[in-house]
Design a protein around this ligand. Structure first.
Ligand SMILES: [Fe+2]
Ligand SMILES: [Fe+2]
Length: 249
């Protein structure tokens, strides 16, 4: 059995234990992942793990923390067609952003030099999968589709994450800090545009914002440094181009 399957099975086992709920269960998963994160993977294992993760992110059901969708149980708003179309496109942008987050985290995990860095970012990466699942569910409810460009965003983000990890963990974590800051601003922009009666979409984005702020704090506390201003500006520009493309494609 490969190391990835061992890790996946341990996480599934932890989630199935009836006596372990919420925080206890999360701690258990983290502890089990710590045990497996020191395992040595061959190049073939790494390739298969990364391919599996990319396919799950793009076409399947990625592993989440098991948190409940915050919009579950809320009443569907009565939106006009143009409002529904606009909100759906905003949710498509948020979904594509979570695809990017997965690419980034997986690329970083591949090249991070300190095992502790990988372990500490695992919880954040898993929460990004919650966001991915919630955005996808909302997109389906709104009757729209995911971005056709998602494989491109994943590949690009994976390459950026891997390159940052090679340069050094402090820069790699700095990239997470800056990314999360920009995502937070961008979620605020979306919350301004989503009608107040659309509680489902708003509740998902509000929970995501809380999580993204914490991800930035974790990356900062783990050693992330401020990126140079030209890189921050380039990231903003790339984000603008991406969001405009995803709104339509
Ligand atoms: Fe996220
Ligand atoms: Fe995040």
């Amino acid at each position: 059995m490969s190391g990835g399957s061992v890790s996946a099975n341990l996480s599934v086992r932890a989630q199935q234990l009836p006596c372990l709920q919420s925080i206890k269960r999360d701690r258990c998963i983290l502890m089990m992942n710590r045990q497996t994160s020191t395992r040595h993977y061959s190049s073939v294992d790494q390739l298969l793990i990364n391919a599996d993760h990319a396919l799950r992110t793009l076409f399947g059901r990625p592993q989440t923390t098991g948190r409940r969708n915050p919009a579950a149980g809320l009443v569907e708003a009565n939106l006009r067609d143009d409002q529904r179309r606009h909100v759906a496109r905003l949710m498509r942008i948020n979904h594509a952003g979570e695809v990017c987050a997965q690419g980034l985290y997986q690329g970083q995990a591949l090249t991070a030099s300190l095992p502790e860095t990988r372990t500490r970012m695992e919880r954040s990466a898993r929460e990004e999968n919650d966001h991915l699942a919630w955005c996808e569910a909302r997109l389906e409810e709104l009757g729209d589709r995911k971005s056709l460009l998602n494989p491109l965003w994943y590949a690009g983000s994976f390459a950026i994450g891997a390159a940052a990890g090679l340069i050094g963990d402090q820069w790699s974590l700095g990239l997470v800090v800056e990314t999360e800051r920009q995502v937070e601003n961008h979620l605020d922009e979306h919350l301004e545009q989503i009608p107040v009666q659309d509680e489902k979409s708003r509740t998902i984005l509000e929970q995501m914002k809380i999580d993204e702020v914490r991800h930035a704090q974790v990356a900062r506390a783990t050693g992330g440094v401020d990126l140079p201003a030209p890189i921050r500006a380039a990231m903003k520009l790339a984000s603008r181009i991406m969001t405009h493309a995803v709104y339509w494609i």
